[in-house]
Design a protein around this ligand. Structure first.
Ligand code: GAL
Length: 643
């Protein structure tokens, strides 16, 4: 069991405020119980207003003021906001959208990950910053860039991306165009190529492009993010021994976070519970209404568990943070309500319950100018305290007497695979069908059963310590993973769509799931409208998607109302033949848990619990109280019990 302190921090933009208030700001941060202050990540135009005209003096000063006050600085590299002069110098550095239009200057993240000229500019500023601050006594960590993938920026259909994609394909197919034609099935619709230089990006085609082409481009685009980040990491490591983080996002799955995380020491993410709920199209209106001021009760927890896994992929031994925590209304969702009193504290404790080392609020003071003037901070624009601040004081006070955190392995492992997400995006089979949502539905069911969950990457080979592992929807499963799952002596839950495609996005023959030890064949599939669910014999239904399965040796444990196998089992391998609704998932998973010796308790929708090594936390997202086994949980409350 590892132990760690729990700390708080804030995001601050000294360049937005007069020099004369920096000392007071720093003193107030310390008084509020904050440890960390993240700065710098959008400041390029004030560090280098024109090429080679470096103005680091103000940043030297800001770091010193904050550090002398007792704060630890997380310094961001400013590459998410290239200033205007760089765009003028490299007009073709702009990312290009799917319709072929360059994305304009005037906000942020306008660069293309494949533009060599921009990459050189980014390397230069990162090099200068790390030479200057790499050993500064007040700088304690780095953040690379800001939110890779935000504003749909992973994928760019630019000429530099096309050229780099061609090179990437040459590497993947050993410079053999016949091998690519064969792998992609380009005989279909006469799509064969004679040379890699004929391959365009998969946009602007008359109808849908070849899914193998699209999947390759998504994999390439993900690799470009990994390479962009790695270039910064290598420069930082050459000048600084400090830990390096990146701040990932909610529900952004366009690049392989495990691969980016492998180069970093700390995984972090930006938690905006109310914004996420309001902007999501997958929650129904009643759910949105019930949780409008609290956020979805599982969404934050899912990401805490996901990014804990991304942290484990890195060099820091599993360190992870919330780098930005919503402290009040945001500005960017369709509607931006204020959180209920108590929610800022609840969200903060929930992150700690899932193992966060630090929670930093975004932002210190609300900006009276520019795009985010309607986004709350801990302070109002006039420097008076905003509503969220009182809750920060409360958490800081509680932390001062709370024991250190003890991390522990959860009983259940749920696999998340970014490559499967790419494959579902390329071939969803119905509007809105999403791998993320399928995995999230399984996660929600496990949490509704009162379980703590570890999310694990597709490279996992050792499942020891777990009582149950779930691998829903993983379109392509490597031979190594199949072997590891076959060797695991615990119940494994596969399907739907697990093993449905080869790594080149074709249907395998023998037909899916093509799994030795699981003698079943998916003979046909269908996607169905939400209004026409397929009922299961013992309650609940398959919604959105189901498979028709013929079983050889596997036992059919349950059928659909129309007579097809719904749940099959052979040895320790279970297969679910459709997308179960919450009733079906909870019922079937509870039964599998029982067989595995994992105790479950069905919780109300807004009440969730999580165990650390020595504590059990209860979080009530509901505005009414709950009672479970004689225990009372008040509305919008956090309950911490010693285990
Ligand atoms: C994040 C971003 C911040 C800020 C914030 C507003 O996505 O990293 O810079 O824009 O959203 O909620």
């Amino acid at each position: 069991m590892t132990t760690q302190k729990r700390t708080l921090g804030v995001c601050y933009y000294p360049e937005h405020w007069p020099r004369k208030i920096w000392e007071e700001d720093a003193a107030r941060m310390v008084e509020a119980g904050l440890t960390w202050v993240r700065i710098g990540e959008f400041a390029w135009s004030r560090l280098e207003p024109s090429q080679g005209d470096y103005r680091f003096g103000w940043l030297d000063d800001a770091i010193e003021v904050l550090g002398k006050a007792g704060l630890k600085v997380v310094l961001g590299t400013p590459t998410a906001t290239p200033p205007r002069w760089i765009v003028d110098k490299h007009p073709d550095m702009l990312a290009v959208d799917v319709d072929g239009r360059p994305r304009g200057f005037g906000s942020r993240r306008h660069y293309c990950f494949s533009h060599e000229g921009y990459k050189a500019e980014a390397a230069k500023i990162v090099q200068l910053m790390t030479e200057r601050y790499g050993r500064n006594p007040y700088v304690a960590a780095w953040q690379t860039d800001n939110e890779y993938g935000c504003h749909a920026t992973t994928i760019s259909y630019s000429v530099p991306a096309r050229d780099a994609f061609r090179d990437w394909l040459r590497g993947r197919y050993g410079d053999d165009i016949a091998a690519l034609n064969e792998a992609w099935g380009n005989v279909f619709w006469s799509m064969d190529y004679d040379s890699f230089d004929q391959i365009e990006l998969p946009n602007l085609t008359v109808t849908e492009p070849n899914p193998a082409h699209s999947l390759a481009f998504r994999r390439f685009s993900s690799d470009q993010v990994v390479a962009f980040n790695r270039a910064q990491v290598e420069i930082i490591r050459a000048h600084s021994g400090l830990p390096i983080a990146h701040n990932y996002m909610g529900k952004i799955t366009d690049f392989d976070h495990f691969a980016v995380g492998a180069d970093l020491d700390i995984a972090s993410w930006d938690a905006y519970p109310l914004g996420f709920l309001d902007e999501s199209t997958s929650f129904d209106p009643a759910h949105k209404q019930a949780y409008a001021r609290q956020g979805d009760p599982d969404f934050q927890a899912f990401h805490h568990d996901l990014y804990r896994a991304v942290g484990k992929a890195g060099t820091g031994g599993g360190r992870w943070w919330v780098m930005e925590q919503q402290p009040g209304p945001v500005n960017w969702a369709p509607h931006n309500p204020a959180p209920l009193p108590g929610m800022v504290r609840l969200w903060t404790w929930e992150a700690f319950a899932h193992g966060a080392e630090a929670v930093c609020y975004f932002r210190w003071r609300q900006a009276p100018f520019a795009q985010e003037q309607m986004h709350a901070g801990l302070l109002r624009p006039d420097s008076e305290e905003a509503a969220g601040m009182a809750e920060v004081y409360a958490v800081a006070e509680e932390l001062s007497s709370a024991p250190d955190a003890h991390a522990v392995q959860a009983p259940v492992a749920l696999m998340f695979d970014y490559d499967a997400d790419f494959a579902w995006k390329v071939q969803p089979h119905a509007q809105g069908l999403s791998y993320f949502e399928l995995v999230f539905a399984h996660y929600r069911a496990l949490r509704k059963l009162g379980l703590s969950v570890d999310i694990v990457p597709p490279t996992t080979q050792d499942f020891s310590g777990y009582s149950l592992v779930l691998v829903p929807g993983m379109m392509h499963v490597s031979g190594a993973l199949k072997a590891a799952l076959n060797a695991a002596e615990i119940p494994v839950v596969l399907g739907p769509r697990t093993g449905a495609r080869t790594s080149e996005m074709s249907i395998p023959v023998p037909l899916p799931p093509a799994w030795s030890g699981l003698d079943i064949t998916v003979t046909a599939v269908e996607s169905i409208r939400l209004q026409t669910p397929v009922p299961l014999a013992q309650g609940g239904a398959f919604v959105s998607y189901r498979e028709m399965i013929e079983s050889g040796e596997a036992e059919v444990l349950e059928q659909t109302g129309d007579g097809w196998p719904a749940w099959l089992r052979q040895g320790h391998l279970n297969y679910l033949a459709g997308w179960g609704d919450m009733d079906a998932l909870c019922r079937i998973l509870a039964s599998i848990c029982e067989g595995a010796g994992v105790q479950t308790t069905v919780l109300p929708d807004g009440l969730r619990c999580r165990d650390t090594g020595r504590e059990r936390f209860w979080f009530n997202y509901d505005t009414h109280a709950h009672q479970i086994d004689g225990q009372f949980f008040g509305p919008v409350s956090v309950t911490r019990q010693a285990l």
